[in-house]
Design a protein around this ligand. Sequence first.
Ligand SMILES: [Zn+2]
Length: 504
Amino acid sequence: MKRLGEGESYKYLGSPIGLRAGDQLGDLLAKLRKDLDSVRSSELAPWQKIDALHTFLLPRLHFPLRVTATTKKSLARTDTMVYGAVKEWLYLPQRASREIIHLPSHLGGGGYTPLPVLKDCLVVTQAFRMLTCKDPFVRKTAWYSLQEAVHQRLGKIGAPPEKRVLCGYLSGDAEITAGSTAGATASLWSRARRATRDLQRLCGLRWEWSVFRHDISLRLSNPTPHSETLIIPSTSRHRACGLIRRAIGEAYRRRLVAKKDQGKAMEAVTNSWDSSHFLSTGRFTRFCDWRFIHRARLNVLPLNGARRGVLNASRKCRRCRTEDETLPHVLNHCPSHSAAWKRRHDEILSLLRDALPPKWKARLDQKVEGDHSRLRPDLVVTEVPGGTVHIIDVTVPFENRLEALHAARAAKMAKYDDLAARLRCRLQFKQEVHLGALVVGSLGSWDKENERILSRLRIHRGRVATLRKKMVSAAVKWSRDIYCEHVSGQRQYDCDVATTTDID
Ligand SMILES: [Zn+2]
């Protein structure tokens, strides 16, 4: 056995043991900061830098954070640095919400879990895995050690505590230790208790003991947008870390969406993973789109109507001078950009038309044959063979919360409802007539309701995923061009290309 001097440590199963063993992590963090600087100054695209951080840098800390007792203070410097780097890569200004950095990448954020939160998550996972270990010897030793730690904390009064009390202790219940004068000894269990208490504020984490199942489990609150509770049983022990991190991501999403200003568009964006497909790969995305989209979704772009702390400055639009210059006005309402809206709408429409089965008959922006009304749906498709008729209208509303997408769809359906009914009568119900609206937000929000239209149009499964991405990126591309033209006065696109439809 090696004799250690003061300040020395040795590694046992990857965990540094000894007085001041936390210093081991200090070296690791210093190396990570150095490598982060290299990534920062590299020629990689911003999405590649984010990917490199998540693939090569942060996973290095996972095991050491799981097994080493370390303070949150020691992580602060590295945490601030990583946070700053991700914010820089997303081109976000100072006043952008913190939550966007911590939001998972598939929801349109930086995907960076703060290191202190990650540490808590890993410590809880480690404790859970020890108590549910498949090896009975390890499991029993872990339970015994927990029982001893709690018994000691309670001052060794009475019989050793039951498992229900042990779970209460790990959950941080104050009444368990109330009245005890015994000092706490640092151990994995005291760390797990502190970590659980901190995570409770984010994702309502609790430890539970079921007398019926004779099993320990973890309980999470609001783990997904549509569920209130999730129980992680011992049989899912290997998924515990991923599930807790997912619940943490969801907590950040809820916090961001609840924000009055910066959460508005993000509510619609985070409703579908397709809205942020470019975050990890940069597919179909120009560098200028990347620099625009994150700021636009948080509404932190410099516009007259969105200025903060500037008194007596005009809020009016610099082009039409009638309305306040807000992002919805610029991207969807300012008349000076009507030609670009048409192109944005047309590009999405032509992507849909190009994906249709080859022999189907498609009519773009024309009156329905034999109908007296002046309505011109964007796309009327007749299936061959089969004769089923699809009437489809494309719309690109601004994401003023998720309801705006629903309202845009409802308005389109109401507009063409009578037309579809007349067509059904005229065809004497021999041919089916489907009416649908394809909704893509001007900041690239994909409406999940669109799926029904794509599946009705029998677009090949292999093509649907790419089609969604292309449509989202087309909306982002045009919105960026509209915004840049608005502020700079410079035309951002080729004017010679003719549009195919009238937008309404
Ligand atoms: Zn205007």
